[in-house]
Design a protein around this ligand. Structure first.
Ligand code: ATP
Ligand code: AMO
Length: 434
């Protein structure tokens, strides 16, 4: 059915049919040009008014911008054409006419605000620099999958409709499940842990997570893509090694396979995969360094969560990806294991980009009695989590893992100002469609 030639593949000397969108029409009087765009690029179609059939000229030059057309004609070399070749048409079909009034200008000459762009994502994604983000996002996921495979991890898919939350009760989206209370899944946390006790041992999942975040911010989504990892017999330092490997693989894949996309985003000169080891700071060092910057009105003390301005100050100070380790147990979830020699200190870690948190992880509590105690300490009813805790009675090895925000990875990699730019159809407090 699709027997057209891509514009990038139209060679001089051939007769081809190309099809795509009318990017622009330039009428210079005796001569006029229709620039046709498809997924591979653009090509110039030349109309010499005195030498061509009037109907063909009228149709070709009368069609509205962004209509879909199919053009058949001879390809010739033309140094003055934008790509060095042009087509002299024998026929032109208007396949799908576009309205003369467009809600946004895909040529990018007229700027549109993010909300208009998201309302008209189909048109927005006709722009090279927007397409580039999603080509890069796809490459990130491809290289991450490959890197997980090299770590011998098996890809899994866990339920998104669940009976309990794991990451704090207030961020849950409740739903009705055949008359029973249920929730949209906040994290595959408990399921991926259950799999390290299975014959799979080392697993990863790339899937949606749902969080009823209280605020609309440029770095929170209500539906995000979590890249999760969990491995039996790993401690938190080995989990951090794996995290570093995966994040570097994402950057390296993009550096290797997305040069055109980086160019479209004007990043080709500066883009670099992180080279060295990510520094590992303890939480205690982190708060000392933040306090020393003098950027916060109040000094941080042991037990405080890091405020956003604190993360920024530290990120500027460190200037590269880094880990924060050894968090106070009290501010990490019940499933994170404490250090054996100090139960105030957890094995939990975060991995940070200079501008924001990308990853949380840690070694897990795999000892049944300690796990049940942890639930009680956090005011959770262990009975409700019986489906999870009971498997810790039948041979659950020590294990560790982490969750990486997929959109935050893309956003920080490309320096996007808003996380919504890294999602085709973002969900936020105001946005439920498209
Ligand atoms: P020509 O004799 O090649 O048709 P011209 O200089 O006599 O060109 P027009 O035909 O009126 O003048 O062309 C108008 C403008 O379009 C000129 O600036 C010319 O350089 C440019 N032009 C002509 N043909 C092409 C082409 N195939 N691709 C790009 N620009 C072109
Ligand atoms: P956490 O809640 O820190 O940890 O989430 C892990 C990472 O997921 C991303 N993220 C989000 N991205 C966009 N919008 C959101 N609303 C959002 N919420 C989270 C962030 C964050 O660092 N179960 C643990 C992981 C683990 O221990 O394995 C968890 O979910 O990049």
């Amino acid at each position: 059915m699709d027997d057209r030639t891509y514009t990038a593949e139209a060679e001089p000397g051939e007769t081809v049919t190309v099809a795509g969108w009318v990017h622009e029409i330039r009428d210079l009087g005796g001569i006029a040009f229709l620039i046709l765009r498809d997924t591979t690029g653009k090509i110039q179609v030349k109309f010499e008014k005195d030498e061509m059939d009037d109907d063909l000229v009228d149709t070709g030059l009368g069609v509205h911008r962004e209509s879909v057309v199919a053009v058949t004609g001879d390809v010739e070399e033309e140094p003055r054409a934008p790509t060095g070749v042009e087509i002299t048409p024998d026929s032109l079909d208007v396949v799908a006419e576009a309205d003369p009034e467009l809600p946004l200008d895909p040529s990018g000459k007229v700027d549109a605000d993010l909300s208009t762009r998201l309302d008209n994502r189909t048109l927005d994604l006709r722009k090279d620099e927007v397409q580039a983000i999603f080509a890069i996002r796809a490459e990130v996921l491809r290289s991450v999958r490959e890197a997980f495979r090299n770590l011998d991890a098996t890809e899994i898919n866990t339920p998104k409709i669940v009976a309990t939350g794991t990451e704090g009760g207030t961020e849950l989206f409740p739903i009705t499940y055949f008359g029973q209370e249920a929730f949209m899944n906040q994290s595959p946390q408990l399921f991926k842990q259950l799999m390290v006790g299975s014959g799979l041992e080392r697993v990863f999942e790339i899937g949606p997570i749902f969080r009823a975040e209280e605020h609309n911010t440029p770095r929170h989504l209500n539906e995000a893509t979590s890249i999760d990892f969990e491995s039996a017999f790993y401690d938190h330092t080995e989990a951090m090694d794996a995290c570093e490997t995966i994040v570097k693989a994402a950057y390296e894949g993009v550096a290797e396979n997305c040069q055109d996309e980086l160019e479209a985003l004007d990043l080709d000169e500066e883009f670099e995969a992180p080279a060295g080891d990510f520094p590992r700071l303890t939480y205690e060092e982190a708060i000392e360094r933040i306090n020393a910057t003098g950027e916060l009105d109040e000094q941080l003390v042991w037990g405080d969560d890091l405020p956003t301005e604190g993360e920024h100050a530290l990120g500027q100070d460190v200037g590269e990806h880094y880990f924060i380790t050894d968090w106070p147990s009290e501010i990490k979830p019940f499933y994170i294991k404490d250090h054996d020699d100090d139960e105030q200190l957890s094995t939990g870690f975060d991995m940070m980009h200079p501008t924001m948190e990308l990853v949380s992880g840690g070694q897990r509590e795999h000892r049944y009695d300690h796990l049940v105690e942890g639930f009680e300490q956090q005011g959770l009813d262990p009975e409700q989590f019986d489906y999870y805790t009971k498997m810790f009675k039948y041979g659950m090895p020590p294990h560790a893992g982490w969750g990486l925000g997929g959109e935050r990875l893309v956003m920080t990699m490309l320096g996007l100002g808003n996380i919504r730019e890294a999602v085709l159809f973002p969900r936020d407090r105001q946005r439920l469609s498209p």
